[in-house]
Design a protein around this ligand. Structure first.
Ligand SMILES: *[C@@H]1O[C@H](CO)[C@@H](O)[C@H](O)[C@H]1NC(C)=O
Ligand SMILES: *[C@@H]1O[C@H](CO)[C@@H](O)[C@H](O)[C@H]1NC(C)=O
Length: 394
């Protein structure tokens, strides 16, 4: 299965982007089942691999990334629903829904106690998946409402944002990643009819739109506000190259976060913001097509495969929501090209992760690894392409 996609409005000299076969390889379910079988007892979750052998490193559930592996199991359940199980796609080796439920169990104690700040949004992801397959799941409803409440409690009306990282007042820190955590507020609002949760999500997105994005469409990683006045006191990086640079995963979270906000609210400014961030992202990819860990870092710039797969999902969502055919195609082609290039570089059959070449935190020298979120968004992108009719099941 190689779906060749015409390049639409892009220059005809550029080769057509091709959906990579690896997205639908039977190695995907094989590796993910092997990882499930390897989960320590009591449960710890994979976050990133080592650099040499590509073996998963396991972390206490009270970690920002704990929801991604259970969500990956749910994503394979979705894939099996879309495609069925065949000998070629290898999806018949497990009951992914049961595994997703089992792997989510160790997240439940975090509903009442965790130190993840705004990242409760990410922790809610498997429960959002559960709710989609079983709208009566009390486990999912309780988890979504609990995580949403924890995030809403971090909202400061003077600043107009939910707090990302904890720091003593008057220091109020917000990171661009926080855009990805707002969705849980909308799911909870749907369940409880509490519209305040939506108002908080929109206010956070509006404030971030004003302060967090540069004139050229790049983003800062971290903004510091004054808790009591709401004034912006500093704009800097934590995981990027410099305060004035654009960290690629942050930019990718921004694209996907604003596209999601557009989906949830229909507000055109959110779509326009997602497109602005996407244009910056695509315009700053070097000629080799590989997303570097920071767009403004000096060469050689190691890649961040997770930034590529997150941005690809943001672009696919923009394509789904777009009504102008040429733009619809522009966004989906850009996503396919990102996936094609990153698969060529980072698909790594001998590692436990699906992809290598992730950058967790370059300033901390944590890079050249697999990442659980990079893999999750790789699987999810495959599902989206199938749902959109841009790839076919194997
Ligand atoms: C709605 O949610 C907000 C934020 O969590 C909370 O302060 C408020 O009490 C909730 N309203 C109701 C009626 O539960
Ligand atoms: C990709 O990963 C391999 C193996 O770690 C490394 O040798 C290579 O330099 C990386 N490439 C990029 C662009 O990061």
């Amino acid at each position: 299965m190689k779906a060749v996609v015409a390049l639409g409005i892009l220059a005809p000299s550029v080769l057509a982007a091709t959906v990579p076969n690896e997205l639908f390889s039977s190695l995907v379910p094989q590796k993910i089942l092997a990882t499930f079988n390897d989960l320590p007892n009591p449960t710890q979750y994979p976050q990133y691999t080592d650099q040499r052998a590509g073996d998963w490193q396991y972390f206490n559930p009270n970690t920002w990334t704990s929801g991604f592996f259970p969500s990956t199991l749910y994503a394979l359940n979705t894939r099996r629903t879309l495609c069925g199980a065949t000998s070629r796609n290898g999806l018949g080796i497990a009951n992914w829904l049961e595994l997703g439920r089992e792997a989510s169990r160790a997240l439940i104690p975090l509903e009442t106690k965790n130190s993840q700040g705004h990242d409760v949004g990410f922790l809610s992801f498997p429960f959002v998946e559960e709710l989609a397959v079983n709208p009566n799941s009390e486990t999912a409803v309780t988890a979504i409402n609990s995580f949403a409440k924890l995030l809403a409690n971090r909202f400061n009306p003077t600043v107009g944002c939910t707090r990302s990282w904890d720091a003593p007042d008057p220091d109020f820190q917000v990171i661009i990643d926080n855009m990805m955590n707002l969705e849980v507020l909308f799911h909870s609002a749907e369940l409880t009819n509490n519209d305040t949760l939506r108002t908080i999500g929109k206010k956070h997105a509006d404030t971030t739109m004003i302060n967090h994005i540069r004139q050229d469409g790049g983003t800062w990683h971290v903004l510091h506000y004054n808790t009591f006045t709401g004034a912006v006191t500093a704009k800097r990086t934590a995981q990027g190259f410099a305060d004035s640079s654009t960290w690629s995963r942050g930019q990718a979270w921004g694209i996907y976060g604003y596209a999601t906000m557009f989906k949830l609210t229909g507000k055109a400014e959110y779509r326009d913001t997602a497109v602005r961030l996407a244009d910056y992202f695509l315009d700053h990819i070097p000629n080799d097509g590989i997303v570097p860990w920071d767009f403004n870092a000096p060469s050689p710039k190691p890649a961040d495969s997770s930034a590529a797969t997150i941005a690809a999902n943001g672009l696919l969502l923009l394509s789904q929501l777009e009504t102008t055919p040429s733009l619809k195609e522009k966004f989906s082609n850009a996503a396919i090209e990102l996936l094609e290039k990153i698969t060529e570089l980072a698909w790594n059959p001998s590692w436990q992760s699906l992809l290598s070449n992730g950058t967790v935190n370059a300033p901390a020298r944590n890079q050249l690894t697999g990442t659980v979120y990079g893999d999750y968004y790789f699987v999810k992108a495959g599902n989206e392409l199938i749902s959109m009719g841009l790839a076919s099941c194997t």
